[in-house]
Design a protein. Sequence first.
Lengths: 205, 112, 187
Amino acid sequence: MTDPTLPPGAGGDSALDAAHLDGFTLEELGEYLDSGRQPRDERIESSASAQHALAALSRLRAVAPKVMEAEAAAAPLRAPSWFKAILDQIGVQAHAGRDIPLAHDDARTRLAITEGAVRGLVRAAGDELDGILVEKSRLEGDVETPGSPVTVRVDVSLYTGADADNLLPALRRDIGRTLATHTELNVEEISIRVRDRDKDPEDDA
Amino acid sequence: MTSYSTPDDLTYGLTQMLRKVPGVTAVYATKPVLAKVVSAVVEAVKNEPAGAHLVSVSESDDGLDIAAYIGVTDEEPAPTVCLRAHDAIRAFVAENSDLSAATVDVRIGRVG
Amino acid sequence: MVSLPGHRSLGDADDRTLAGRASDGDIRAFEILMRRYEPLLSAYAARLLGSYSETDDVVQEAFIVAWQQLPTMEDFGAVRRWLLQIVTRKSIDRLRARKDHADIDDHDLPSHTGDPEEAASASSLDDALSRALSALPEDQRRCWLLREVGGYGYDEIAEQLELPPSTVRGLLARSRKTLIREMEAWR
């Protein structure tokens, strides 16, 4: 198989010159590398020339992300206002959820707090406690009807060494308090599920 | 005193006024942003960084229907601030418009 | 990376945690992700587009789309690649639109001749490759970026760039050959 993409006699002493590829094409070798050298191809693995070319391709692959990172680092920093303009626009829209009414005696007035804002309160309660992270929360029940019983379900992770026996009751207490202060929900139950009991900083690195 | 003769003036005035209500930390657009209108959001980010017309005002048979979407501080109860914002809207319309406010809809999208 | 628990550490939280929180509507977590990836996404978009002037719009759009689509994201740990792919799609939309208005000549990135001498004078290998990347023909550069930065497979690249897979293979091979030559020249 010849390689029509390489100009004939593209000189130099590169490991990738057709003359040095032991009959393999650059596409072939590139694809082999791209597939993680699986399934193993004995012909390629036993050719010194092909190995040399694969090494060069691997080196290029290894520096590729660094090139982009270096260009990113060299670019001027964007002004904080650039981020703020985007955040203000997308801010609270996408995750607003249902409207939870706040009582008012004038029928022509409608006051409400969104489900998204309430979930934010639940997260903030967790953020005030060390060792625990609120990952997700949801409100179950007919929150749109005043007085309906509501269950708050919260998924949390605990960090290594966190004191679950104290933290979980503290979180339940703080969520109850903040919801009582800022909403008129009839919270019947706050159910906390621990998803990750030993969250290790290195796990996601 | 400034007069607000058109709904557009009024929505501008209400937006500015709401930002100054104690406990109100942000005024958001009332219309939901959908995936389809990403370009509209980009336009909004470009053209109106200050978000001057975020409170919506429409005319109905009974007067003006007004809707606002706000963020509030967590330093006092959210319903208290919500009510304060509502009262401020009614007072502002009474003072600045020939039409009276019919329905007033205030939603809180964020606390703290 | 999460090193310390508590609310002051959200800025140090790992991608998985931040994406999970952002998908739950936490805009503070999303802001941290934005700040973390904006420089990379902008550099990548500028390279794909060959232009700085459209980069702003593309990255802005990408963040808005990302915020909307986060709840449907499957692997929160892969947020970097996910964001790069959104930027890829948005950039390619632009390129297609540009093709429809072929008179727009919008290439304001500095171009380099990319000869080995120049590469050898670059201050670092990164710099040398940056220059070499600039010197590549556009279609080669895009294929290479989609493969090595965007993490796309051959067929996906073919689909995105509307090229036959065989052409993509050829373009990738040529771009790699040129870049490796620059790398060797620099060494």
